[in-house]
Design a protein around this ligand. Sequence first.
Ligand SMILES: *Cc1c(COP(=O)(O)O)cnc(C)c1O
Length: 380
Amino acid sequence: MRHKTKLVVDLDLLAGNFDLLKSLCPLNTVIFVVKANAYGHGLVPIVRFALEELKVAEFGVATLGEASYLRRKLGHLDFKIYVFSDTNLDFQSCEEAYLDQNIIPVVSNKTDLDFLLKNRDFFDLPLCLKFNTGMNRLGLPVESVEEVVEALKKSGRTRINHLMSQFGCASLPITDGGPCAKQYNRFMEVKDFFKSSGVEVEGSSMANSGAIEQGFALNETHVRPGLILYGPSSLNKSCLELSRWKGRNISQLETYIINSFVVEKGQAVGYGGIKAPDDGVVAMIALGYGDGFSDRIMGTTLRHKGHLGTILGRVNMDMTQVFFPTADLTLFAEKEKFIIWGHDPQDLLNYSCEGQVQMIPYEKFCHLTQRIPRIYVRCS
Ligand SMILES: *Cc1c(COP(=O)(O)O)cnc(C)c1O
């Protein structure tokens, strides 16, 4: 476990982001997406805060294991939890987990649907169906909607509690006639078909972060934001100006300088004897791939007290060398704090490697390993 290297999560900033979200979609119920350990921020503390302070009552995760863990940890609290994709390799063998823990499987194939409809115990759980409207990843085929209606009626069901679908291109500009618009039209056709066949659709959602940021698909009862609530925009860098999102990163990833020293141009540094590109200063920071600071960010730039540094050579397991083209050793106080990203949304974009492998903010968050403690503060 690290001590001085930590992810400091400011819950008041999460509250601020939530207020901002509500101003963008005041009429929608929020399904707060907390899969992958709440995008690296810590599942239980984030959900507890959202429940108790933000009055969020519905959450989305990817796997049954995540949902089940939440129920075990927060069993005394009342909330809805949806499992979006990994409902289970063998859905049937997990029947009890869903029923006993009141977890809602998002049904996205006919086999699971048939199983669920045959089992009367599932009548007590909300019925949630996901359709493939064009992302082509998961979901009941749009063409099967008649068959689904028949199956529902045969089992005595006349209501879908939640109907959903997922956009494939919401991080790109949403245009009339573009892929999102096409998907949304298909979604509305499916919804209309159910209604005209006498199947009530109680709730529905399509908008993830990208759609919310562009004000799209907000006529449904629910929205399903993930990334934006943690701070960053989910839009591609090339179209960030289209985003209405002005949130702040709820986390700050901080480490410190273990050692710093002057180098001459050409001097060997670290594993593989990587040569310093110029005269300057190297700062060794206490963060490596063992912390999830991926070697893929080799060559990336990091800012410290306004000075631009470059990761020199490979990221090590426990530390990383950052080169600054300056002779001013006083730039670094011994053991001083070094911030990888702070609360400014721009920070997560800066820490990236132009022209090399692109790493999206989702991945930067999710990479962080258990070695980095998550510390929760309230700063306002
Ligand atoms: C992950 C996920 C979301 C949230 O996506 P963001 O881009 O983080 O907002 C919404 N819906 C489903 C089904 C998901 O799997």
